[in-house]
Design a protein. Structure first.
Length: 143
C-alpha cells in the first residue's frame, strides 16, 4: 500500500495509519498525526520519505531522545515492511510537506519480457514491465 491515510472506518492499510498506530504506544497526551512529505499511490513504493510529528507528553514525562523514538516506533511497526531510519529534532515551523526542498522520483521499466510471467519474481511489484512492442523513447522524452 502507498503512503496515504485511510479513513478511520477503513482497514489499516496506509503507511500513515501504521505510523500513527505505532505512535499510540508512545503514550502521548494528545493523538499523534504524522505529516508526510510526499504521498504515494497504492502499489507505489517509497524508498525514503520524510515526515514530521509533534509529540505532547503528559506533564512530568521527559521528551524522547531521537534514538528512543526510532527504536520504539520500529518495534511497534513490526512485522510491517516500514522502518524509521532516523529522527531529528526540528523547529516548530518545519513542515515535512511544505518545507521540502525537492523530491526525486525513480521510474523502473523492465524491458525485454514478452509476457508478464517472464518478470523476475522479486521485481514484479517494484517495476513496470511493458509488453507488446518496443518502447517509444521519443514519446517518453516528450512527456
Amino acid at each position: 500500500s502507498g503512503v496515504v491515510e485511510t479513513r478511520n472506518d477503513q482497514a489499516l492499510v496506509g503507511v500513515q495509519n501504521y505510523l500513527e498506530k505505532a505512535a499510540e504506544n508512545l503514550k502521548p497526551s494528545v493523538p499523534i498525526k504524522f505529516h508526510i512529505s510526499s504521498r504515494t499511490d497504492t502499489g507505489v513504493h517509497a524508498l525514503c520519505n520524510a515526515a514530521h510529528l509533534d509529540i505532547q507528553r503528559p506533564p512530568g514525562k521527559p521528551q524522547f531522545t531521537e534514538k528512543q523514538l526510532v527504536h520504539t516506533l520500529n518495534y511497534h511497526l513490526r512485522p510491517e515492511p516500514i522502518r524509521i531510519l532516523s529522527a531529528h529534532r526540528v523547529s516548530s515551523s518545519f513542515h515535512a510537506r511544505f518545507s521540502a526542498l525537492s523530491r526525486t522520483y525513480v521510474y523502473r521499466l523492465l524491458v525485454g519480457c514478452a509476457h508478464h510471467s517472464q518478470v523476475p519474481v522479486f521485481e514484479r511489484d517494484l517495476c513496470w514491465a511493458p509488453v507488446g512492442g518496443p518502447l517509444d523513447i521519443p514519446a517518453m522524452q516528450d512527456a
